[in-house]
Structure formats: C-alpha cells, structure tokens
Write a protein that binds this ligand. Structure first.
Ligand SMILES: Nc1ncnc2c1ncn2[C@@H]1O[C@H](COP(=O)(O)OP(=O)(O)OP(=O)(O)O)[C@@H](O)[C@H]1O
Length: 242
C-alpha cells in the first residue's frame, strides 16, 4: 500500500500575503507541492515570483497566512529551514567565483547528505572540472554547479529562481530534463521560477501564473499545456474561462 505520508505536501503556503516594509507584493496565495512534484511558477517581471520563493524559504516573514514545510511551520532563520531540507537556489547562482569547483562543492557538503559520486552522475561534466575556478566556467556550467551544490545536503524542497537566467535555449533544454530526473529519483519537491514557459511546462507536474502578486491561473502542467494561449493571457491578467 502506498504510504499516505508520501503524498502529503512537503511545502504549503496558505493564504499567504508577503511583501516589503509591510507593503504586500504577493496576496492571498495558496500553493502546495508534494515529494517528487515540480511546480513551474510563472509570470511577468515583478509578478511576485521571487518574493514567493523568499517567503517559502523563510527569508521574508508573512504579513498574513502561513508557510508549512515538512509538517511544521517555517523557522524564522533561513539556515534552520535549509538544515530541515528547504533550500533556495538564488538567481545569482550562489556559487563562489574565486573558488574552484571542488571547493564550492566541499563547502556545500554536509554530513549524511547526497554522495558526491551521485551528484556527478547527474552532472558528469563537473567531475572533470573540479580543479577549475568557478569564474572561468560558462553560465550553463555554473548553473550545473549551483544545482549540484544545492543537492548535496539532500533537500526535500528545492526552490529555484530562474535556473535558465543568461543561458542559451540549448543549455536550458539540457538542464531542465536533468532536473526532472533528479526530482523523480530523489523524490524532491521543486518550485521552479522560469521564463521559458514551454520548457518549464514540459517538465513540470503543476504550474501557476502570477500577475501583480495574485494567482492568475493554476492547474496541472498538462492542463496549462492544453491552454497555452490562456497561459500567455494570464501574464497580462486576462484569463478566459475555458
Ligand atoms: N527589496 C524590495 N523592496 C521593495 N519592493 C520590492 C523588493 N523586492 C521586490 N520588490 C517589489 O515586489 C514586487 C514583486 O517582485 P519580485 O521580485 O517578487 O517579482 P518577480 O516576479 O520575481 O520578478 P522578476 O521576474 O522580474 O524577477 C515588485 O513590484 C518589486 O518591485
């Protein structure tokens, strides 16, 4: 029998309003992800995607509503939430440019985390680059390293802000299916902020479009793939009933 626990959400935002200096940037948001689920979080610039991720990792306090991760409310300290398995890959990639690939990976390792060998299975190219300075890597290679670093502590929930920022479409096409494989094999829940709508919907299980800090459209990725024009309309806050 399948354990019901395995299908419980590992991250739940309920009625979440969050922002800056008491001014909401995201209002009344409901979102949940389960183990192995990838949710694509979409929307135009300024829609509130990063704000949502920051709240989900504990970096921004809720003005209203709640954030529950792994069965308990989030801690106020990001580091504690990371230790519990809620990790953010920021849009600046979070890699140390002056250090080598090996040193970057060493810093990210924790006792009892994922084996380096397993991480190299997902990103074999990195194995041969361990002596190289991170600043000399291409954007795609740096992004692989950022993901590899995030995987080492064995997160249960990975929040990824624009994995494809600055990457060529070919590099994104290479990276996103790897993320799908990792989520499946590690039973890791992923919230993926992404500007490549079709590539994100192709690997996601569920999706949500934010517009002006509110949910304009949400549903299974399959549904949103079948309503592609409506996804685009949601970017402008014009969702049709279908
Ligand atoms: N530090 C901040 N102080 C005040 N307002 C902020 C701050 N960061 C973001 N905002 C505002 O909050 C709103 C949501 O911003 P957010 O960065 O979450 O959007 P986004 O969807 O991630 O956009 P993008 O795709 O451009 O990264 C915007 O109106 C933005 O100006």
């Amino acid at each position: 029998m399948t354990s019901t626990l395995a299908t419980e959400p590992v991250l739940t935002l309920a009625g979440l309003t969050v922002g800056y200096g008491g001014v909401p940037a995201v209002r009344d948001l409901d979102l949940s992800v389960r183990p192995g689920e990838i949710m694509a979080l979409l929307g135009p610039n300024g829609a509130g995607k990063t704000t949502t991720l920051l709240a989900a990792v504990g970096a921004l306090p809720a003005i209203a509503g709640t954030v529950q991760a792994l069965g308990a409310p989030l801690d106020k300290r990001v580091e504690r939430n990371a230790r519990r398995g809620v990790t953010l890959v920021p849009d600046n990639r979070g890699v140390f440019h002056k250090l080598t690939v090996a040193d970057n990976l060493r810093i990210a390792r924790r006792k009892g985390g994922t084996d380096l060998a397993d991480v190299f299975e997902y990103f074999p190219k990195l194995k041969g680059m361990q002596g190289q300075r991170c600043g000399n890597l291409s954007g795609g290679e740096q992004q692989m390293l950022a993901l590899a670093k995030a995987l080492l502590p064995s997160p249960k929930v990975l929040l990824i802000d624009e994995l494809s920022m600055g990457l060529s479409p070919i590099a994104v096409k290479d990276l996103l299916p790897r993320l799908r494989l990792i989520a499946d094999e590690q039973r890791m829940a992923v919230v993926l902020v992404e500007q490549h709508i079709d590539l994100a919907l192709a690997i996601a299980d569920s999706a949500m479009v934010l517009h002006h800090g509110r949910v304009a459209l949400s549903g299974s990725a399959e549904l949103l793939r079948s309503q592609r024009a409506n996804v685009e309309a949601a970017y402008f806050g014009r969702v049709a009933d279908v």
